[in-house]
Design a protein around this ligand. Structure first.
Ligand code: FAD
Length: 489
């Protein structure tokens, strides 16, 4: 696709009433606009017709419209843009709301999925991912993520029993690219010194997921649009076959003076006053749990998605060490711990794993009591005296699997020109993006285009805050300790 230069503005040519675009079908409008554009270009003009003030609506012809700016949507947008596609991403909240900013950020290499002693399909599909991410993080592959904040280049893996461990063998046996290396007693971090079992290092990177969103958003800011889902309407030929997407302005709080200004003929600065109609060749839903509602809006079944809930634990203290690791016993991950520094300079631990799966059935106090016991059992050296505790609930949103089991890889459904996608894991996002590009039919990359012709002053989404910055209730360790524990017992 060629670069069409700055958007073309036409003066009103008909007597139509302000904003009365709904009386004419999108196909008719497109035909008329294309005719005008052809005449204009025949007369020596160049450019794409993007604004048609007579009907007070901005029309944009696009290759792909993506809904949802978590890791999956933003990565895809970046890839499409690099390939010269006219693509935009519509976000209903802050970017990464839902799973991505709540995630632990581990770029899994599959070991977790070999713990039962089998090379599962999950392990096979994920084993190439750490190498791809490492190249992006080192700026050797696109998207260049060298500005991304990494939490660590490795995780620890440990067992609580003193039995001889099979950890070291698993990676080699299954050809994983991130096989664990046993760590001698002297080389262990302080927090793992009291553990009787095997300790290994695993070259799985841990990233700040907020930073991932920030870096990808900064690379594509012009193509990110904030939308109010209540003001987005699809025109479909049949279920899943989207002809056009109408975005009837924004919530007044978002649009501010631009909307109050009414009909505006100049572009920029106040074109966001003009509602948008997008004509996409393909539509991709990467809205996580939001995919269900989006599918309903285009007449598709909502039975395509499953949610697997988690009740995650957070600890914060200036005295907690930065630490990333999994404690595995048998085929189970008892806890997965990742760390970050919060805006006040305290270390925050996110604790997931089996305890967060079991915790779904428990209230906050019960979960914290059990989590405290679990952490003391798997990390005998831990000092919790200065720690504050909190929890958050979040659902993993995935393509449906019989029995509600975890999908083994990325999930994509293709219906009409709509693709609904769930990466299943953050680590699998590059694979999801490549597969979506293939299904959209992008064979060869063209040169990137400068502008897709959406109003430049349309409000842009911000980046969501992580759960430790939004949690309002934190309990001191003494409030989670013995008194509560004896109650629970
Ligand atoms: C607690 C937890 C820990 C995890 N840890 C890891 C890990 O360590 N490693 C790993 O590989 N995976 C991990 N995962 C899985 C991983 O986080 C997800 O697979 C991944 O983040 C999903 O990204 P996504 O972009 O598909 O969805 P999301 O991150 O949920 O993003 C969806 C976006 O769509 C937007 N949206 C919703 N509805 C609409 C709408 N109607 N219109 C427009 N936009 C909309 C939302 O606001 C949001 O920005 C974890 C998941 C959880 C819940």
């Amino acid at each position: 696709m060629q670069n069409h230069g700055p958007p073309l503005i036409l003066q009103p040519i008909g007597p139509e009433d302000a904003g009365d675009s709904s009386s004419r079908s999108a196909a008719e409008q497109l035909e008329r606009l294309r005719l005008v554009e052809q005449v204009f270009n025949l007369l020596g003009g160049t450019g794409r017709l993007t604004t048609y003030p007579t009907i007070r609506r901005t029309f944009v012809d696009l290759d792909v419209v993506i809904f949802g700016g978590g890791a999956a949507g933003l990565w895809l947008l970046d890839e499409l843009t690099r390939c010269g596609q006219r693509a935009v991403l519509l976000e209903a909240n802050a970017l990464g709301t839902g799973q991505t900013v709540a995630a632990q950020g581990i770029i899994h290499g599959g070991l977790k999925y070999t713990l039962q002693g089998l090379l599962t399909n999950s392990a096979t599909s994920i084993r190439e991912m750490p190498a791809i991410w490492r190249e992006c993080l080192n700026g050797k592959r696109e998207p260049n993520l060298s500005a991304l904040r990494r939490r660590s280049d490795e995780c620890f893996l440990w067992r609580t029993e003193s039995l001889s461990s099979r950890l070291g063998m698993l990676g080699a046996q299954f050809g994983l690219r991130v096989a664990p290396q046993t760590v001698s007693k002297d080389d262990r971090p302080e927090i793992l010194r009291g553990c009787p079992g095997t300790v290994a290092r695993l070259p799985e990177q841990v990233i700040s997921t907020v930073s991932l969103i920030e870096v990808l958003a900064a690379r594509n800011r012009e193509r990110l649009l904030m939308v109010d889902p209540a003001r987005v309407a699809f025109e479909c030929e049949r279920p899943g076959a989207v002809e056009s997407i109408r975005i009837d302005g924004l919530h007044p709080e978002l649009s501010g003076t631009a909307l109050a200004a009414g009909f505006v003929q100049t572009f920029p600065p106040a074109a966001s006053a003009v509602p948008l109609t997008l004509w996409p060749r393909a539509v991709v839903f990467t809205a996580g749990a939001g995919n269900s509602n989006l599918r309903r809006s285009v007449g598709l079944t909502t039975e395509a998605m499953q949610r697997r809930p988690l009740h995650m634990i957070m600890l914060r203290s200036e005295r907690l060490p930065m630490f990333q690791g999994h404690c595995v016993d048998g085929a189970k991950t008892r806890v997965t711990i990742t760390s970050e520094v919060d805006s006040e300079g305290r270390t925050v631990w996110q604790v997931g794993g089996q305890i967060a799966e079991d915790g779904v059935a428990w209230d906050e106090r019960t979960l914290l009591t059990r989590a405290r016991e679990e952490l003391r059992a798997v990390l005998p050296n831990i000092d919790l005296s200065s720690v504050e505790w909190s929890t958050y609930r979040v659902d993993r949103a995935e393509g449906i699997i019989p029995g509600g089991k975890r999908p083994e890889s990325v999930q994509i459904r293709r219906e009409g020109n709509c693709l609904t996608a769930w990466p299943t894991k953050l680590a699998l996002v590059p694979q999801l993006s490549a597969e979506l590009c293939r299904q959209i039919g992008i064979a060869d990359c063209k040169s990137p285009i400068d502008s897709v012709g959406v109003p430049r002053d349309w409000p842009r989404p911000t980046v969501a805050l992580p759960p430790w910055e939004t949690a309002t209730r934190w309990l001191a360790d003494r409030d989670v300790g013995p008194a509560i524990r004896s109650k629970a017992a």
